[in-house]
Design a binder for this molecule. Structure first.
Ligand SMILES: Cc1cc2nc3c(=O)[nH]c(=O)nc-3n(C[C@H](O)[C@H](O)[C@H](O)COP(=O)(O)OP(=O)(O)OC[C@H]3O[C@@H](n4cnc5c(N)ncnc54)[C@H](O)[C@@H]3O)c2cc1C
Length: 190
C-alpha cells in the first residue's frame, strides 16, 4: 500500500482520457507475446475487465444505480453528519481507517485495497450512507471515474449485481494482513 510500484497508477491517465484501456490491453498483449504471460499480466488484464464491467453495468441499469437501494430491495443507511465528519476527516479512532482517509485527503489517491477497507468500514461498522461515501470519493479522487466509483461502492454495499450481497471487511484482519508492522499507519498518522 506504500510507494508507486505496487500497482500501475494508470487510473489517473485513464480517467483524464490520456490513454485508453484498449491501448493498454494492446501493449499488454504485445508484452506477453514477447516475454510470455505471468501472474502479474493476468491480474492486470483482469483489473481492466472490472473497469469495463462497471461501464457496461451503467449501459444496462442506468439511473437505477443512483438510487439508495441500487439494484437491491433495501435502501442504504441514513445519513449522519457527525459520523460522516469523523470518517471523512480520518478521526474515527480506528487507526487503519484514519490513515487511509488522511492519505486520500492529502494525495487524492488510495490503493484499491484501502478503498475497499475504508468504504466497508463506513457502510458496515459506522452504519453510514453508502451514497455519501461515494460522493466523498468523487470529491477527493484524482482518478475519479463515475463508472468505477459508483460500481465499486454499489458492489461493497451489496447493491449491485453480486448475488453474494455486500462485502464487509474485518478491519483487525486487514490491519494484520496488510500493515502488521504499522508502517503505513505511521506514514499517514504522524
Ligand atoms: C470504493 C472504490 C471506489 C473506486 N473509485 C474509482 C474511481 O473513481 N476511479 C477509478 O479509476 N478507479 C476506482 N476504483 C478502482 C481501483 O481502486 C482503482 O482503479 C485503482 O486503485 C487505481 O490504481 P491503479 O491504476 O494503480 O490500478 P491497477 O491495480 O494497476 O489496475 C489497472 C487498472 O485496472 C482498473 N481497475 C483496477 N481495479 C479496479 C476496480 N476495482 N474497479 C474498476 N477498475 C479497476 C483501473 O482502470 C486501473 O487503472 C475504486 C475502487 C473502490 C473499492
Amino acid at each position: 500500500m506504500i510507494g508507486i510500484d505496487y500497482s500501475s497508477k494508470f487510473s489517473l491517465w485513464l480517467a483524464q482520457g490520456c490513454c485508453s484501456a484498449g491501448s493498454i490491453a494492446k501493449q499488454l498483449a504485445d508484452y506477453e507475446s514477447c516475454h510470455g504471460a505471468n501472474d502479474g499480466t493476468y491480474w492486470f488484464w483482469f483489473e481492466l475487465l472490472w473497469r469495463d464491467y462497471f461501464r457496461f453495468l451503467h449501459f444496462k441499469y442506468d439511473k437505477r444505480l443512483y438510487h439508495s437501494k441500487g439494484l437491491s430491495k433495501l435502501p442504504g443507511n441514513q445519513f449522519d453528519s457527525e459520523k460522516f465528519i469523523k470518517w471523512s476527516s480520518g478521526t474515527t479512532g480506528e487507526s487503519l481507517i484514519d490513515a487511509g482517509m488522511r492519505e486520500l485527503k492529502k494525495t487524492g489517491y488510495l490503493s484499491n485495497r484501502m478503498r475497499q477497507i475504508v468504504a466497508s468500514y463506513w457502510i458496515y461498522d459506522m452504519r453510514g450512507d453508502w451514497q455519501a461515501g461515494c460522493a466523498w470519493f468523487e470529491y477527493q479522487l484524482i482518478d475519479y471515474d463515475v463508472y468505477s466509483n459508483q460500481g465499486n461502492w454499489l458492489y461493497i454495499a451489496g447493491k449491485g449485481t453480486d448475488p453474494r450481497g455486500g462485502r464487509p471487511f474485518n478491519v483487525a484482519k486487514q490491519t494484520q494482513d496488510h500493515d502488521r508492522d504499522g508502517i503505513y499507519r505511521q506514514m499517514w498518522l504522524t
